[in-house]
Ligand binder design. Structure first.
Ligand SMILES: Nc1ncnc2c1ncn2[C@@H]1O[C@H](COP(=O)(O)OS(=O)(=O)O)[C@@H](OP(=O)(O)O)[C@H]1O
Ligand SMILES: Nc1ncnc2c1ncn2[C@@H]1O[C@H](COP(=O)(O)OP(=O)(O)O)[C@@H](O)[C@H]1O
Length: 569
């Protein structure tokens, strides 16, 4: 047996022994954030940490920005557990750490269990206790359990990933590749943004100044609402890397749960980059700011603070800070300039991320000075122009307001267009198929409406047209659906605000008559409320609008917003 197979055997025996030991252990299924932390603890990206923090390290981090032994460490890496579990555990015992399906990944040898002072933590790490001002504080107060548990970890398996395995190499392998390639100076570039032409100039400038190669390490972590899916971003990064000479740059993904703690998080990123073998670390003025996608006036931390703090701790960590100076395009000279070198008389060009998204949605050209065509091609696969995206028409209103009639008219129009699959989710159809067991209580109506929203979101995601026509009397479930569906395509709420008296007169199903006679209770508009939508895209009163006019109003809206092209209709 050679050395390699022998060490593999030792590893398998250890895993088998630990698995047996773990059979009788209490266990906990980790959430996404905890899994990312565990992965970086196990693969040594968080070196010198060898487990979730113990109490004295945690307190020292909050007080001094270092571990109890004095080595720089800016933020807690703690495992939070509910109090009910904490009271059943004790130091000296073990806890199994599992993924969301209960698959055992590691064993924690418990050293400490304590209740943290979250206000103190918020103030020390984020610089505020106001959860409305900072998403990291919001998560700490609302999405973090009340007890922390610390101790050394013995890893059995790495958390499972099925995507981009070639880009998920651990620090030891990446470090080895640098050495094999003969790279002595390597600049780590940690990013969560899409990268375009100006970024290439910034990276080239930094590489020239430091005579270094580049390790581009985008974050594969927990997406914020409105973020692109990470499949698209990774393909964009691959396309970006192709713009450099092959021997200059290497791409790797970092499984990392960002806390958006600005300067302190930038120091943590610097430690991680050092552990991957980088000698330099590129830091943006707004690095890890919770509002880094926005303009300078909206940032939470003072611009440049992250660069300052990394520079200060760089010598101790063993990594040199390289400032990433934002560049802008000057069309008069057909080149990029650092923003701080722009003179008042120089004309500059920029495209914000929302502007870029708008250009993609309306199929407008994206200038080559801004983005590489290969990156744009990847973005276009995810953001097809609006007329190729899916969308949901969500009609809401009293029974008899004209929802089904309009829904059917539109269904026929879209079927005639034949460019996207169309699904009609009328209130009655849903009630007799998806929601047969539900009644008309508030709770059941909310479930019913959310179910419709879920189905519509799947249809929209797959680029179809969903036409929904429930009463949907409450704002909560309508808002829930709006937020869910708009992630995948268009969401257009149509308020059918036909007056109650008109609906009552129509009473095609005899619903109102039965309510009047006291035969049924909880009828919307009679003895159950209808809360009108506050932000409907279209409002239609069918007491003074014909069926054809109502359909035309919707089609005109869709055309104006780019969701349909009506030539030939
Ligand atoms: N108590 C009560 N209140 C309101 N409506 C009632 C009730 N009982 C039965 N119906 C009939 O059920 C049809 C579908 O209702 P929805 O599923 O759209 O309602 S909800 O969105 O869940 O509130 C709805 O269909 P439409 O007339 O097409 O709106 C009603 O005719
Ligand atoms: N734009 C309209 N103008 C006149 N009558 C309408 C219009 N839309 C619907 N109606 C009539 O109102 C009644 C109820 O319409 P329906 O579409 O079934 O309402 P809902 O689905 O909101 O309960 C039907 O008899 C229908 O013919």
């Amino acid at each position: 047996m050679n050395d390699f197979s022998e060490s593999l055997m030792v590893h398998f025996r250890r895993v088998e022994r630990l698995k047996k030991e773990a059979l009788g252990l209490p266990g906990i299924n980790l959430n996404e954030r905890q899994l990312y932390d565990l992965e970086l603890l196990c693969n040594r990206a968080f070196y010198p940490l060898n487990g979730f923090m113990v109490q004295k390290d945690y307190e020292s981090v909050l007080e001094n920005g270092s571990l109890a032994n004095g080595s720089v460490w800016p933020m807690p890496i703690c495992l939070d557990i509910p109090e009910s579990l904490a009271t059943s555990l004790e130091p000296g015992k073990d806890l199994g750490l599992c993924d969301s399906e209960g698959f055992l990944l590691a064993i924690l040898h418990i050293k400490d269990i304590w209740q943290p002072d979250k206000r103190l933590e918020a103030q020390s790490i984020y610089g505020t206790e106001d959860e409305h001002l900072h998403p990291g504080v919001f998560n700490l107060f609302n999405k973090t359990e009340s007890c922390y548990i610390g101790g050394i970890i013995e890893g059995l398996h790495h958390p499972l990933h099925f995507d981009f395995m070639d880009l998920r190499k651990p620090p030891s392998e990446i470090h080895r590749s640098f050495t094999q390639n003969g790279w002595r100076n390597v600049i780590g570039f940690h990013t969560e943004k899409l990268l375009h032409c100006a970024h290439k100039e910034m990276v080239l400038q930094a590489a020239r100044d430091a005579r270094a190669n580049i390790f581009l390490q985008p974050v594969a972590g927990i997406p914020a609402p409105g973020d692109l899916d990470h499949f698209t971003t990774v393909y964009c990064y691959k396309a970006f890397v192709q713009q450099f000479p092959k021997t200059m740059i290497m791409l790797g993904l970092l499984p990392f749960a960002s806390r958006k703690a600005g300067p302190k998080e930038a120091v943590l990123q610097a430690i991680i980059k050092k552990n991957f073998g980088c000698t330099h670390f590129m830091v943006a003025p707004d690095q890890a700011d919770p509002f880094m996608h926005e303009t300078g006036d909206h940032l939470f931390y003072p611009p440049g603070k992250a660069q300052e703090l990394v520079k200060k701790h760089g010598p101790e960590i063993g990594i040199e800070m390289v400032p990433l100076d934002p560049m802008v395009y000057v069309p008069g000279q057909k080149r990029y300039f650092p923003r701080n070198e722009i003179q008042p008389d120089m004309e500059i060009r920029e495209i914000s991320s929302s502007e870029l998204r708008r250009c993609l949605e309306f199929d407008e050209e994206i200038p080559e000075w801004f983005a590489f065509p290969q990156v744009v091609a990847e973005l276009k696969k995810t953001y097809p122009p609006r007329h190729k995206q899916g969308f949901t028409l969500f009609m809401t209103g009293l029974s008899g307001a004209g929802k089904s009639t309009l829904a059917k008219a539109l269904y026929v129009k879209f079927m005639e267009m034949r460019d996207r699959p169309v699904t009609l989710l009328d209130g009655d159809i849903v009630r007799s198929n998806l929601s047969r067991e539900l009644n008309f209580s508030r709770e059941h109506r909310e479930i019913n409406v959310r179910r419709i929203g879920f189905v519509a979101s799947e249809i929209t995601k797959n680029r179809g047209i969903a036409i929904c026509a429930p009463i949907a009397p409450y704002e909560e479930s309508r808002r829930f659906n709006r937020d869910l569906i708009s992630q995948y395509g268009g969401y257009i709420e149509i308020h059918m605000n036909t007056p109650f008296e008109v609906c009552e007169l129509r009473d095609r199903k005899g619903l109102y008559a039965k309510a009047k006679q006291g035969k049924i209770k909880g009828v919307t508009g009679v003895d159950d409320p209808y809360i009108p939508p506050s932000e409907a895209e279209i409002t239609i009163d069918t007491s003074n609008t014909t069926q054809a006019e109502a359909a035309q109003m919707v089609m005109t809206f869709l055309e104006k917003k780019g969701y349909i092209k009506t030539n030939g209709m």
